[in-house]
Design a protein around this ligand. Structure first.
Ligand SMILES: [Fe+2]
Length: 227
């Protein structure tokens, strides 16, 4: 038991370190706002007082795609391979949850979606300033427009999927891409033939929940598949 706790603490610590290194050293983009956020999130994560509490691993149906999505993760650089290996350790022992109840409108979201936050106010590694976790979507799944009061930085770890915000229609994003969602900004994702694994981090109002957006942007009402 003690060994399992120690292994989990090591896995979380190793992932935080690998992700901070990625935030620090991954190739810069032309988006100054995202580059600034990378530094802010890195500093918040590095500032956490490390104290990982035991976690109860919980799998969900979508976890059947975990191996496949990790196998497809890009591994050209040591930053990527370190991140992938630390992803693997956390994914296998995380408490995966799905905050959305099954319903007819979003049946795929219940079967093919889950997230885990292992850093956050109520997470295994407590932080009141920042959250860190994974979002996993199976293939051909729509995660409809939703919003939350926290600012969010995503990193696409594996899987080419469509991402949209209130002012940008669905656009295919490659693994290795960072995406920023501002406070209460509606955003959505949809997968096509492959699963998606993304690293999600919040800052600001990290206790505020996520909810489906009431006003779906006009340009995104009638979507066509890009693949
Ligand atoms: Fe979000």
């Amino acid at each position: 038991m003690q060994q399992a706790i120690q292994e989990w603490a090591t896995a979380v610590g190793t992932f935080i370190d690998a992700y901070c290194k990625l935030l620090d050293q991954a190739e810069e983009t032309s988006n100054a706002e995202i580059e600034a956020e990378r530094r802010v999130f890195r500093d918040l994560l590095l500032g956490i007082e490390r104290d990982v509490r035991p976690e109860t691993p919980t799998g969900l149906p979508v976890c059947r795609f975990a191996d496949a999505v990790l196998q497809e993760a890009p591994s050209e650089t040591s930053l990527q391979t370190d991140l992938n290996e630390s992803c693997r350790q956390v994914i296998a022992n995380a408490r995966w949850v799905n905050k959305y109840e099954p319903n007819a409108e979003h049946a795929d979201l219940f079967e093919n979606f889950a997230f885990c936050d292992f850093v956050g106010p109520d997470s295994s590694q407590v932080s009141h300033d920042v959250t860190l976790g994974f979002v996993l979507l199976g293939p051909d799944t729509s995660y409809p427009f939703h919003e939350h009061p926290a600012r969010e930085l995503y990193y696409v770890a594996s899987g080419k999927a469509g991402w949209a915000t209130d002012f940008e229609d669905f656009t295919l994003r490659e693994p290795g891409t960072f995406l920023l969602h501002l406070e209460s900004q509606p955003h959505a994702m949809r997968t096509y033939g492959e699963p998606l694994l993304a690293v999600s981090a919040w800052r600001g109002e990290v206790r505020g929940g996520s909810r489906f957006s009431q006003k779906v942007p006009r340009q995104n009402v009638n979507l066509k598949h890009h693949i």
